[in-house]
Design a protein around this ligand. Structure first.
Ligand code: GTR
Length: 410
């Protein structure tokens, strides 16, 4: 067959699958069923949580465990060996504004090793700078046109392919550092890739080794973000009190799960994370739990599958994931045309989660209406915006995240 025809057929199949995806989802607000959310502020024994001490001692650990056992799974906690090697460094990056450092992190366990390549840009002349940790989709060299950026081992995309998602200049000029890595270094985003992932270092080699609550891809990517933070915290010019984990879409789900578990992160950002990220699961709008389990069974622990046909039986909903971030800074962002991610469901979830911030004496988003497009709502310790356009990360999004961090970091 001629190449042109093959491309047309592939494009056609892709469009058909997108249309099928759009067709079997509900986008009509009047067809969203009524639902009752699990109450973040009521402990499993029925006790009402009214003090931050009760939240921290009793309720927060309960919710964290429910997410581990039912949705994202746990990472094994066996110690694995970690080595850092600086592969490249320059004090003249981004037109002389930044220090660029590229670090190879090697993980060892069970006689095997895995390598993760981290690209870091740091502003020059700042003694203690805040830092973003943010995994990338296509490989380090796709995030920048900088010819010195080393290609990630599993990247199949060209240099600079996704630069529009990475406002490095703005980030560094605003006094922030950023560290990114290709998520494939930790877990290939495909079915049946356990053996190539980080898991064999812990003795988990294939799906037969998985318990009902063993983590899979999202748990592994979140673990990867924490390992990058481990490294950053060895650097003198990084401010350990102003660390941020940020992710887009499936990596937004990852950022939330990472921030929920790793309380060293002082701020957590979900960019268009949608179903099983920031959006409420009980709203049947856009992508659903049933749908995501069918399309991406390798993201969540095995038990999550059992909720596909009965989402109301899930002992948690996503507002409780957001509540696990309290009292740290939390930002949820949506995009106007990204209905698949259910922007309203993301906002309602944040609003509900913000109630937990009241235990710490912060304002909540209760009573706030859904903000106008391209206008942010920042209150207490929570931020939200819905931007014009599609499922993506844009310079506008980064501008909001930096503005919010500037305003609220102590
Ligand atoms: C979609 C998926 C979403 C979202 C998105 C992405 O196909 O249904 O949950 O995560 O991918 O990661 O871009």
């Amino acid at each position: 067959m001629k190449k042109k025809h093959t491309i047309l057929i592939i494009a056609g199949l892709f469009l058909t699958s997108l249309m099928a995806q759009a067709q079997d989802a509900n986008y009509d607000e009047s067809l969203v069923d009524s639902y009752i959310l699990p109450d973040a502020m009521t402990a499993l024994n029925g006790q009402l949580i009214t003090k931050k001490k009760q939240w921290e001692k009793t309720r927060r650990p309960q919710i964290l465990k429910l997410f581990q056992d039912n949705e994202y799974g746990t990472m094994p906690d066996a110690k694995i060996k970690t080595d850092y090697r600086i592969l490249e460094e320059s004090g003249e990056a981004l037109g002389g504004k930044a220090i660029r450092r590229q670090v190879e992190i090697t993980f060892r366990g069970n006689n095997q090793s895995r390598k993760m390549l981290v690209l870091i840009y740091m502003p020059k002349g700042i003694k203690k700078c805040p830092v973003f940790v943010s995994p990338n989709f296509q490989g380090n060299a796709t995030t920048s046109d900088d010819p010195a950026v080393i290609e990630s081992q599993y990247s199949t995309y060209g240099r600079g392919h996704q630069t529009s998602r990475w406002s490095f200049d703005r980030i560094v000029s605003s006094g922030y550092a950023i560290a990114t890595f290709h998520y494939y270094d930790i877990y290939f985003d495909q079915n049946d890739k356990i053996s190539e992932s980080i898991y064999p270092l812990f003795g988990i080699n294939s799906s037969t080794d998985l318990l009902y609550n063993t983590g899979k891809a999202i748990a592994a990517w979140a673990w990867g973000c924490s390992r990058v933070l481990d490294y950053l915290l060895t650097l003198k010019n990084i401010d350990r009190k102003r660390t941020i984990v940020m992710g887009h879409s499936r990596l937004g789900k990852t950022a939330l799960w990472c921030g929920a578990q790793d309380r060293r992160f002082a701020m957590v950002i979900s960019n268009d994370s949608g179903c099983s990220g920031a959006a409420l699961s009980r709203r049947n709008y856009g992508e659903t739990v049933s749908r995501i389990n069918k399309s991406f069974p390798w993201w969540f622990c095995n038990r999550y599958q059992s909720y596909s046909q009965d989402v109301a039986s899930l002992p948690i909903d996503q507002h409780e994931l957001l509540a696990l971030i309290a009292p740290r800074l939390l930002y949820v962002a949506s995009a106007k045309e990204d209905l698949w991610a259910d922007p309203l469901g993301e906002f309602l979830s944040l609003q509900e989660a913000s109630k937990v911030y009241a235990l710490y004496g912060y304002d909540t988003l209760e009573g706030c209406s859904f903000p106008a497009t391209d206008e942010h709502l920042w209150k207490g310790r929570c931020g939200y915006h819905i931007r014009t356009g599609q499922h993506d990360v844009t310079d506008f999004d980064w501008q909001q995240y930096i503005g919010f961090a500037d305003k609220y970091f102590d």
